[in-house]
Design a protein around this ligand. Sequence first.
Ligand code: GLC
Length: 461
Amino acid sequence: MIKKILLPFFFITSLLPQPRAAQLPALPPAPDTPVSQAVPVHTERTKWWTEARFGMFVHFGIYAVPGRGEWVQWNEQIPLEEYAKFADQFHPETGPEEWARVAKSAGMKYMVFTSRHHDGFAMFDTKAGDFNSVKTAAHRDFVAEYVKAARNAGLYTGLYYSPLDWRFPGYIMPDLQRKSAEAMRTQYHTQMKELLSNYGPLDILWFDGGGKEWLSFGGEWQGAQWVKRPKGEPARTSFSWEDEKVETMIHQLQPKAIYNGRVDMRNVDFLCREGDGKLGDFDNEHPWELCTTLAGAWGYQKIAKVKPFKQCIQLLAKTAGRDGNLLLNVGPRPDGQIDPDQVGRLQEIGQWLEKYGESIYGTRGGPFLPVDWGVSTHKENIIYLHVLQWPKDKLVLPSIRAKVVKAKVLTGGAVSFAQGDNGIELSVQSSDQNDIDTVIALELDQPTTTIAFHRVGNSEN
Ligand code: GLC
Protein backbone atom coordinates (compact mmCIF):
# COMPACT_ATOMS: atom_id res chain seq x y z
CA MET A 1 0.00 0.00 0.00
CA ILE A 2 2.62 2.49 1.15
CA LYS A 3 4.97 1.81 -1.74
CA LYS A 4 2.20 2.45 -4.19
CA ILE A 5 1.42 5.67 -2.42
CA LEU A 6 4.92 7.03 -2.10
CA LEU A 7 5.91 7.10 -5.71
CA PRO A 8 3.20 9.44 -6.90
CA PHE A 9 3.55 11.32 -3.67
CA PHE A 10 7.16 12.27 -4.26
CA PHE A 11 6.13 13.26 -7.74
CA ILE A 12 3.47 15.66 -6.56
CA THR A 13 5.46 17.09 -3.70
CA SER A 14 8.12 18.14 -6.15
CA LEU A 15 5.43 19.98 -8.10
CA LEU A 16 3.93 21.70 -5.09
CA PRO A 17 5.19 25.19 -4.26
CA GLN A 18 7.84 24.45 -1.63
CA PRO A 19 7.17 26.55 1.45
CA ARG A 20 10.19 28.25 2.96
CA ALA A 21 11.15 26.67 6.25
CA ALA A 22 10.73 29.95 8.11
CA GLN A 23 7.05 30.07 7.19
CA LEU A 24 6.26 26.71 8.62
CA PRO A 25 4.55 26.47 11.97
CA ALA A 26 6.34 24.30 14.49
CA LEU A 27 5.14 20.72 14.44
CA PRO A 28 2.95 19.79 17.35
CA PRO A 29 4.67 17.28 19.64
CA ALA A 30 3.94 13.61 19.15
CA PRO A 31 0.88 12.75 21.24
CA ASP A 32 1.72 10.95 24.50
CA THR A 33 -1.04 8.50 24.02
CA PRO A 34 -1.49 7.52 20.43
CA VAL A 35 -5.04 6.60 19.47
CA SER A 36 -5.19 3.07 20.65
CA GLN A 37 -7.52 0.87 18.73
CA ALA A 38 -9.14 -1.97 20.49
CA VAL A 39 -7.73 -5.18 19.11
CA PRO A 40 -10.64 -7.09 17.62
CA VAL A 41 -11.56 -10.53 18.84
CA HIS A 42 -14.10 -13.03 17.59
CA THR A 43 -17.51 -12.19 19.04
CA GLU A 44 -21.18 -12.68 18.27
CA ARG A 45 -20.94 -9.53 16.12
CA THR A 46 -18.47 -11.08 13.71
CA LYS A 47 -19.83 -14.65 13.82
CA TRP A 48 -21.86 -14.48 10.60
CA TRP A 49 -18.93 -12.84 8.84
CA THR A 50 -16.38 -15.42 9.93
CA GLU A 51 -18.74 -18.17 8.80
CA ALA A 52 -19.29 -16.48 5.45
CA ARG A 53 -15.56 -16.62 4.62
CA PHE A 54 -15.84 -15.31 1.04
CA GLY A 55 -17.07 -11.96 -0.28
CA MET A 56 -16.99 -9.72 -3.34
CA PHE A 57 -15.35 -6.31 -3.32
CA VAL A 58 -16.59 -3.95 -6.05
CA HIS A 59 -14.57 -0.87 -7.03
CA PHE A 60 -16.70 1.20 -9.33
CA GLY A 61 -16.62 4.92 -10.05
CA ILE A 62 -15.81 7.40 -12.81
CA TYR A 63 -12.24 6.05 -12.88
CA ALA A 64 -13.74 3.14 -14.83
CA VAL A 65 -14.07 5.47 -17.85
CA PRO A 66 -10.33 5.82 -18.62
CA GLY A 67 -9.85 2.20 -17.49
CA ARG A 68 -6.44 2.63 -15.89
CA GLY A 69 -7.26 1.74 -12.30
CA GLU A 70 -8.85 3.72 -9.46
CA TRP A 71 -5.65 5.70 -8.78
CA VAL A 72 -5.54 7.14 -12.31
CA GLN A 73 -6.20 10.71 -11.20
CA TRP A 74 -3.34 10.72 -8.73
CA ASN A 75 -0.92 8.60 -10.68
CA GLU A 76 -1.25 10.65 -13.83
CA GLN A 77 -1.71 13.95 -11.99
CA ILE A 78 -4.88 14.74 -13.90
CA PRO A 79 -6.11 18.22 -12.94
CA LEU A 80 -9.35 18.17 -10.99
CA GLU A 81 -11.45 19.88 -13.70
CA GLU A 82 -10.11 17.48 -16.31
CA TYR A 83 -10.79 14.46 -14.16
CA ALA A 84 -14.30 15.69 -13.33
CA LYS A 85 -15.16 15.43 -17.04
CA PHE A 86 -15.20 11.65 -16.72
CA ALA A 87 -18.44 12.13 -14.80
CA ASP A 88 -20.05 13.43 -18.03
CA GLN A 89 -19.11 10.21 -19.78
CA PHE A 90 -20.18 7.97 -16.95
CA HIS A 91 -23.61 6.52 -17.64
CA PRO A 92 -23.45 2.76 -17.11
CA GLU A 93 -26.22 0.65 -18.58
CA THR A 94 -26.11 -2.02 -15.97
CA GLY A 95 -24.63 -2.52 -12.52
CA PRO A 96 -25.53 -3.72 -9.03
CA GLU A 97 -28.09 -6.36 -9.97
CA GLU A 98 -25.64 -8.08 -12.24
CA TRP A 99 -22.82 -7.86 -9.69
CA ALA A 100 -25.02 -9.44 -7.04
CA ARG A 101 -25.98 -12.23 -9.44
CA VAL A 102 -22.33 -12.87 -10.25
CA ALA A 103 -21.31 -12.77 -6.57
CA LYS A 104 -23.99 -15.30 -5.81
CA SER A 105 -22.87 -17.58 -8.62
CA ALA A 106 -19.30 -17.38 -7.27
CA GLY A 107 -20.44 -18.71 -3.91
CA MET A 108 -19.76 -15.37 -2.22
CA LYS A 109 -21.77 -14.56 0.88
CA TYR A 110 -21.24 -10.81 1.18
CA MET A 111 -20.37 -7.77 -0.85
CA VAL A 112 -18.54 -4.51 -0.22
CA PHE A 113 -19.12 -1.64 -2.65
CA THR A 114 -17.12 1.60 -2.99
CA SER A 115 -19.63 4.28 -2.10
CA ARG A 116 -16.86 6.85 -2.52
CA HIS A 117 -13.20 6.38 -3.33
CA HIS A 118 -10.20 8.72 -2.90
CA ASP A 119 -11.21 10.78 -5.97
CA GLY A 120 -14.19 12.08 -3.99
CA PHE A 121 -16.88 11.07 -6.50
CA ALA A 122 -19.85 9.88 -4.46
CA MET A 123 -21.85 7.02 -5.91
CA PHE A 124 -24.91 8.14 -3.98
CA ASP A 125 -27.18 11.08 -3.38
CA THR A 126 -25.39 13.47 -1.05
CA LYS A 127 -25.93 16.98 0.19
CA ALA A 128 -22.18 17.42 0.46
CA GLY A 129 -21.60 18.74 -3.06
CA ASP A 130 -22.56 17.94 -6.63
CA PHE A 131 -19.68 15.63 -7.50
CA ASN A 132 -21.84 12.52 -7.35
CA SER A 133 -23.56 10.01 -9.58
CA VAL A 134 -27.04 11.46 -9.07
CA LYS A 135 -26.19 15.01 -10.13
CA THR A 136 -24.05 13.99 -13.12
CA ALA A 137 -24.63 12.04 -16.35
CA ALA A 138 -25.51 8.69 -14.74
CA HIS A 139 -28.38 10.19 -12.69
CA ARG A 140 -28.37 7.10 -10.51
CA ASP A 141 -27.92 6.40 -6.83
CA PHE A 142 -25.67 3.35 -7.08
CA VAL A 143 -25.57 2.80 -3.34
CA ALA A 144 -29.37 2.56 -3.24
CA GLU A 145 -29.41 0.15 -6.18
CA TYR A 146 -26.57 -1.89 -4.77
CA VAL A 147 -28.00 -2.27 -1.28
CA LYS A 148 -31.31 -3.42 -2.76
CA ALA A 149 -29.68 -5.84 -5.20
CA ALA A 150 -27.35 -7.39 -2.61
CA ARG A 151 -30.18 -7.85 -0.14
CA ASN A 152 -32.50 -9.34 -2.73
CA ALA A 153 -29.78 -11.83 -3.59
CA GLY A 154 -29.49 -12.79 0.09
CA LEU A 155 -26.00 -11.35 0.45
CA TYR A 156 -24.68 -9.42 3.43
CA THR A 157 -24.18 -5.83 2.42
CA GLY A 158 -21.12 -3.68 3.02
CA LEU A 159 -20.06 -0.19 2.02
CA TYR A 160 -16.52 1.02 1.46
CA TYR A 161 -15.86 4.69 2.20
CA SER A 162 -12.69 6.77 1.95
CA PRO A 163 -12.52 9.78 4.32
CA LEU A 164 -9.48 10.88 2.30
CA ASP A 165 -10.45 12.94 -0.73
CA TRP A 166 -7.73 14.06 -3.14
CA ARG A 167 -9.64 17.25 -3.94
CA PHE A 168 -8.71 18.65 -0.52
CA PRO A 169 -5.12 19.89 -0.07
CA GLY A 170 -5.81 19.63 3.66
CA TYR A 171 -5.27 15.92 3.30
CA ILE A 172 -1.64 16.47 2.29
CA MET A 173 -0.90 19.33 4.70
CA PRO A 174 -3.44 19.17 7.49
CA ASP A 175 -1.70 21.89 9.52
CA LEU A 176 -0.95 24.39 6.77
CA GLN A 177 -4.29 23.81 5.08
CA ARG A 178 -6.40 23.51 8.19
CA LYS A 179 -9.61 24.92 6.69
CA SER A 180 -9.44 22.47 3.83
CA ALA A 181 -8.75 19.57 6.21
CA GLU A 182 -11.75 20.58 8.30
CA ALA A 183 -13.98 20.84 5.23
CA MET A 184 -12.89 17.34 4.27
CA ARG A 185 -13.76 16.14 7.75
CA THR A 186 -17.18 17.81 7.57
CA GLN A 187 -17.81 16.04 4.27
CA TYR A 188 -16.79 12.73 5.85
CA HIS A 189 -19.16 13.14 8.77
CA THR A 190 -22.04 14.38 6.58
CA GLN A 191 -21.67 11.56 4.10
CA MET A 192 -21.31 8.90 6.78
CA LYS A 193 -24.53 10.13 8.32
CA GLU A 194 -26.25 9.91 4.95
CA LEU A 195 -24.94 6.41 4.31
CA LEU A 196 -25.83 5.23 7.80
CA SER A 197 -29.34 6.74 7.64
CA ASN A 198 -30.66 6.45 4.12
CA TYR A 199 -30.16 2.89 2.96
CA GLY A 200 -31.58 0.57 5.59
CA PRO A 201 -29.51 -1.90 7.58
CA LEU A 202 -25.87 -2.29 6.59
CA ASP A 203 -23.73 -5.23 7.63
CA ILE A 204 -20.20 -3.96 7.02
CA LEU A 205 -18.53 -0.55 6.95
CA TRP A 206 -15.19 -0.76 5.24
CA PHE A 207 -13.04 2.33 5.73
CA ASP A 208 -9.96 3.11 3.71
CA GLY A 209 -7.74 6.19 3.69
CA GLY A 210 -8.85 7.44 7.09
CA GLY A 211 -7.19 7.85 10.45
CA LYS A 212 -4.05 9.78 11.25
CA GLU A 213 -1.91 7.00 9.88
CA TRP A 214 -2.93 7.99 6.35
CA LEU A 215 -2.67 11.78 6.72
CA SER A 216 -0.02 13.28 4.42
CA PHE A 217 0.37 9.76 3.10
CA GLY A 218 1.94 8.61 6.30
CA GLY A 219 4.57 11.32 6.63
CA GLU A 220 5.29 14.82 7.91
CA TRP A 221 6.67 18.07 6.65
CA GLN A 222 9.88 18.82 8.50
CA GLY A 223 11.04 22.13 7.12
CA ALA A 224 10.51 21.85 3.40
CA GLN A 225 11.15 18.12 3.61
CA TRP A 226 8.53 15.45 3.63
CA VAL A 227 9.63 12.63 5.90
CA LYS A 228 8.02 9.23 6.11
CA ARG A 229 6.83 8.26 9.56
CA PRO A 230 7.90 4.89 10.98
CA LYS A 231 5.01 2.45 10.84
CA GLY A 232 2.67 2.74 13.77
CA GLU A 233 3.90 6.19 14.80
CA PRO A 234 0.95 8.58 14.96
CA ALA A 235 0.90 11.75 12.86
CA ARG A 236 2.31 14.85 14.51
CA THR A 237 -0.59 17.07 13.61
CA SER A 238 -3.21 18.57 15.84
CA PHE A 239 -5.82 17.84 13.17
CA SER A 240 -8.22 15.09 14.11
CA TRP A 241 -10.76 13.27 11.98
CA GLU A 242 -12.97 13.14 15.07
CA ASP A 243 -13.60 9.51 14.34
CA GLU A 244 -15.17 9.04 17.75
CA LYS A 245 -18.17 11.06 16.51
CA VAL A 246 -18.53 8.81 13.49
CA GLU A 247 -18.18 5.77 15.71
CA THR A 248 -20.98 7.03 17.95
CA MET A 249 -23.12 7.53 14.85
CA ILE A 250 -22.43 3.98 13.73
CA HIS A 251 -23.42 2.64 17.13
CA GLN A 252 -26.62 4.65 17.11
CA LEU A 253 -27.71 4.22 13.51
CA GLN A 254 -26.27 0.86 12.52
CA PRO A 255 -25.53 -0.96 15.76
CA LYS A 256 -25.02 -4.32 14.06
CA ALA A 257 -22.67 -3.13 11.33
CA ILE A 258 -19.15 -4.42 11.77
CA TYR A 259 -16.22 -2.23 10.70
CA ASN A 260 -12.55 -2.49 9.87
CA GLY A 261 -9.60 -0.67 11.31
CA ARG A 262 -8.42 1.80 8.70
CA VAL A 263 -9.75 4.67 10.78
CA ASP A 264 -8.96 5.69 14.36
CA MET A 265 -11.95 4.11 16.02
CA ARG A 266 -11.90 2.45 19.38
CA ASN A 267 -13.82 -0.70 18.61
CA VAL A 268 -12.61 -2.41 15.54
CA ASP A 269 -14.33 -5.59 14.42
CA PHE A 270 -11.83 -6.96 11.96
CA LEU A 271 -8.32 -6.40 10.61
CA CYS A 272 -7.30 -6.03 6.98
CA ARG A 273 -4.52 -7.55 4.96
CA GLU A 274 -4.18 -6.25 1.42
CA GLY A 275 -2.93 -8.05 -1.69
CA ASP A 276 -1.94 -11.68 -2.37
CA GLY A 277 1.55 -10.92 -1.06
CA LYS A 278 0.14 -9.98 2.36
CA LEU A 279 -1.53 -13.30 3.04
CA GLY A 280 0.63 -13.52 6.14
CA ASP A 281 0.48 -15.95 9.01
CA PHE A 282 -2.15 -18.00 10.72
CA ASP A 283 -4.19 -15.96 13.23
CA ASN A 284 -7.26 -17.36 14.90
CA GLU A 285 -7.43 -14.76 17.65
CA HIS A 286 -8.31 -11.68 15.64
CA PRO A 287 -10.94 -11.69 12.90
CA TRP A 288 -9.16 -10.66 9.68
CA GLU A 289 -9.76 -10.42 5.99
CA LEU A 290 -7.45 -10.55 3.00
CA CYS A 291 -8.61 -8.31 0.19
CA THR A 292 -7.18 -8.69 -3.26
CA THR A 293 -8.16 -8.30 -6.88
CA LEU A 294 -9.30 -10.89 -9.38
CA ALA A 295 -7.54 -8.93 -12.15
CA GLY A 296 -5.01 -6.10 -12.03
CA ALA A 297 -5.96 -2.88 -10.26
CA TRP A 298 -8.99 -2.44 -7.98
CA GLY A 299 -10.81 -0.15 -10.38
CA TYR A 300 -11.32 -1.26 -14.00
CA GLN A 301 -8.05 -1.63 -15.88
CA LYS A 302 -8.34 -2.41 -19.56
CA ILE A 303 -5.08 -4.33 -19.71
CA ALA A 304 -5.68 -6.47 -16.62
CA LYS A 305 -5.63 -10.24 -16.98
CA VAL A 306 -7.81 -12.42 -14.81
CA LYS A 307 -5.94 -14.59 -12.29
CA PRO A 308 -5.79 -18.32 -13.06
CA PHE A 309 -8.39 -20.58 -11.46
CA LYS A 310 -5.76 -22.52 -9.54
CA GLN A 311 -4.38 -19.35 -7.98
CA CYS A 312 -7.88 -18.25 -6.91
CA ILE A 313 -8.81 -21.56 -5.28
CA GLN A 314 -5.46 -21.95 -3.59
CA LEU A 315 -5.68 -18.42 -2.25
CA LEU A 316 -9.14 -19.08 -0.87
CA ALA A 317 -7.96 -22.28 0.78
CA LYS A 318 -4.78 -20.67 2.14
CA THR A 319 -6.80 -17.79 3.58
CA ALA A 320 -9.39 -20.03 5.24
CA GLY A 321 -6.56 -22.27 6.47
CA ARG A 322 -5.00 -19.24 8.18
CA ASP A 323 -8.40 -18.49 9.71
CA GLY A 324 -9.20 -15.45 7.55
CA ASN A 325 -11.82 -14.24 5.10
CA LEU A 326 -11.20 -13.51 1.43
CA LEU A 327 -12.66 -10.39 -0.17
CA LEU A 328 -12.07 -10.76 -3.88
CA ASN A 329 -12.37 -7.62 -5.97
CA VAL A 330 -13.88 -6.88 -9.36
CA GLY A 331 -13.69 -3.51 -11.09
CA PRO A 332 -16.60 -3.33 -13.53
CA ARG A 333 -16.18 -1.65 -16.94
CA PRO A 334 -17.65 1.82 -17.51
CA ASP A 335 -20.85 0.24 -18.87
CA GLY A 336 -21.26 -1.47 -15.49
CA GLN A 337 -20.50 -4.99 -16.76
CA ILE A 338 -17.92 -7.16 -15.11
CA ASP A 339 -15.48 -8.34 -17.74
CA PRO A 340 -16.70 -11.71 -19.15
CA ASP A 341 -13.36 -13.42 -18.37
CA GLN A 342 -13.78 -12.44 -14.75
CA VAL A 343 -17.42 -13.54 -14.67
CA GLY A 344 -16.31 -16.89 -16.09
CA ARG A 345 -13.62 -17.27 -13.44
CA LEU A 346 -16.03 -16.39 -10.65
CA GLN A 347 -18.48 -18.98 -11.91
CA GLU A 348 -15.76 -21.62 -11.91
CA ILE A 349 -14.95 -20.72 -8.31
CA GLY A 350 -18.67 -21.01 -7.51
CA GLN A 351 -18.81 -24.47 -9.07
CA TRP A 352 -15.82 -25.56 -7.01
CA LEU A 353 -17.44 -24.22 -3.86
CA GLU A 354 -20.69 -25.96 -4.67
CA LYS A 355 -18.80 -29.26 -4.49
CA TYR A 356 -16.27 -28.55 -1.75
CA GLY A 357 -17.70 -25.53 0.04
CA GLU A 358 -18.18 -27.51 3.25
CA SER A 359 -14.40 -27.31 3.68
CA ILE A 360 -14.51 -23.49 3.58
CA TYR A 361 -17.82 -22.06 4.79
CA GLY A 362 -18.42 -22.10 8.52
CA THR A 363 -14.96 -23.54 9.18
CA ARG A 364 -12.12 -22.16 11.26
CA GLY A 365 -8.48 -22.43 10.28
CA GLY A 366 -6.31 -25.24 11.66
CA PRO A 367 -5.75 -27.31 13.72
CA PHE A 368 -2.66 -28.05 11.62
CA LEU A 369 -0.86 -24.80 10.93
CA PRO A 370 -0.01 -23.93 7.32
CA VAL A 371 2.95 -25.90 6.01
CA ASP A 372 4.57 -26.59 2.65
CA TRP A 373 1.97 -29.15 1.59
CA GLY A 374 -1.01 -26.96 2.36
CA VAL A 375 -3.47 -25.98 5.06
CA SER A 376 -6.29 -27.33 7.19
CA THR A 377 -9.70 -26.10 8.28
CA HIS A 378 -12.12 -27.62 10.75
CA LYS A 379 -15.77 -27.69 11.68
CA GLU A 380 -17.72 -29.81 14.18
CA ASN A 381 -15.96 -33.18 14.20
CA ILE A 382 -14.26 -32.86 10.84
CA ILE A 383 -10.81 -31.66 9.87
CA TYR A 384 -10.46 -30.71 6.22
CA LEU A 385 -7.02 -30.98 4.69
CA HIS A 386 -6.35 -28.82 1.65
CA VAL A 387 -3.36 -30.47 0.04
CA LEU A 388 -2.04 -27.91 -2.42
CA GLN A 389 1.28 -29.55 -3.14
CA TRP A 390 1.83 -33.24 -2.52
CA PRO A 391 4.95 -34.36 -0.70
CA LYS A 392 6.92 -37.11 -2.44
CA ASP A 393 6.12 -39.63 0.24
CA LYS A 394 3.23 -39.88 2.58
CA LEU A 395 1.53 -36.92 4.17
CA VAL A 396 2.44 -36.92 7.86
CA LEU A 397 0.34 -34.95 10.32
CA PRO A 398 1.26 -34.28 13.94
CA SER A 399 -0.47 -36.39 16.55
CA ILE A 400 -3.79 -35.19 17.94
CA ARG A 401 -5.79 -36.30 20.94
CA ALA A 402 -8.84 -37.27 18.90
CA LYS A 403 -9.17 -40.48 16.95
CA VAL A 404 -9.71 -40.38 13.20
CA VAL A 405 -12.64 -42.67 12.48
CA LYS A 406 -12.95 -42.08 8.76
CA ALA A 407 -11.03 -40.37 5.97
CA LYS A 408 -12.51 -39.36 2.62
CA VAL A 409 -11.13 -37.57 -0.43
CA LEU A 410 -13.83 -35.09 -1.36
CA THR A 411 -12.20 -34.33 -4.70
CA GLY A 412 -12.39 -38.02 -5.67
CA GLY A 413 -10.43 -41.22 -5.08
CA ALA A 414 -9.40 -43.12 -2.00
CA VAL A 415 -7.11 -42.36 0.90
CA SER A 416 -5.43 -44.80 3.23
CA PHE A 417 -4.45 -43.67 6.68
CA ALA A 418 -2.80 -44.88 9.83
CA GLN A 419 -2.88 -43.14 13.18
CA GLY A 420 -0.20 -43.87 15.75
CA ASP A 421 1.59 -42.19 18.64
CA ASN A 422 3.75 -40.19 16.27
CA GLY A 423 0.91 -38.78 14.23
CA ILE A 424 -1.29 -39.56 11.26
CA GLU A 425 0.05 -40.84 7.95
CA LEU A 426 -2.01 -40.48 4.81
CA SER A 427 -1.51 -41.53 1.24
CA VAL A 428 -3.49 -40.91 -1.89
CA GLN A 429 -2.66 -42.47 -5.27
CA SER A 430 -0.98 -39.98 -7.57
CA SER A 431 -3.88 -40.19 -10.04
CA ASP A 432 -6.19 -38.96 -7.29
CA GLN A 433 -3.94 -36.12 -6.25
CA ASN A 434 -5.77 -33.07 -7.43
CA ASP A 435 -3.58 -30.49 -9.16
CA ILE A 436 -5.46 -27.60 -7.58
CA ASP A 437 -6.48 -28.75 -4.13
CA THR A 438 -6.98 -32.30 -2.88
CA VAL A 439 -9.61 -31.90 -0.20
CA ILE A 440 -9.58 -34.65 2.42
CA ALA A 441 -12.13 -34.86 5.22
CA LEU A 442 -10.96 -36.53 8.43
CA GLU A 443 -13.88 -37.48 10.63
CA LEU A 444 -13.00 -37.52 14.34
CA ASP A 445 -14.55 -39.28 17.31
CA GLN A 446 -15.01 -35.91 19.03
CA PRO A 447 -15.46 -32.24 18.16
CA THR A 448 -12.40 -30.51 16.76
CA THR A 449 -12.71 -27.92 19.52
CA THR A 450 -11.06 -30.37 21.93
CA ILE A 451 -7.83 -29.95 19.98
CA ALA A 452 -6.05 -26.98 21.47
CA PHE A 453 -3.99 -24.68 19.30
CA HIS A 454 -3.45 -20.95 19.03
CA ARG A 455 -1.22 -18.71 17.11
CA VAL A 456 -1.31 -15.06 16.26
CA GLY A 457 0.07 -13.84 12.99
CA ASN A 458 0.53 -10.54 11.21
CA SER A 459 -2.20 -8.18 10.05
CA GLU A 460 -1.64 -4.77 8.58
CA ASN A 461 -3.99 -2.92 10.80
C1 GLC B 1 -5.72 0.77 -1.06
C2 GLC B 1 -5.92 1.68 -2.21
C3 GLC B 1 -7.24 1.62 -2.79
C4 GLC B 1 -8.04 0.36 -2.65
C5 GLC B 1 -7.81 -0.32 -1.33
C6 GLC B 1 -8.44 -1.67 -1.23
O1 GLC B 1 -5.81 1.34 0.14
O2 GLC B 1 -5.62 3.02 -1.92
O3 GLC B 1 -7.23 2.04 -4.09
O4 GLC B 1 -9.33 0.75 -2.65
O5 GLC B 1 -6.49 -0.38 -1.07
O6 GLC B 1 -8.00 -2.33 -0.09
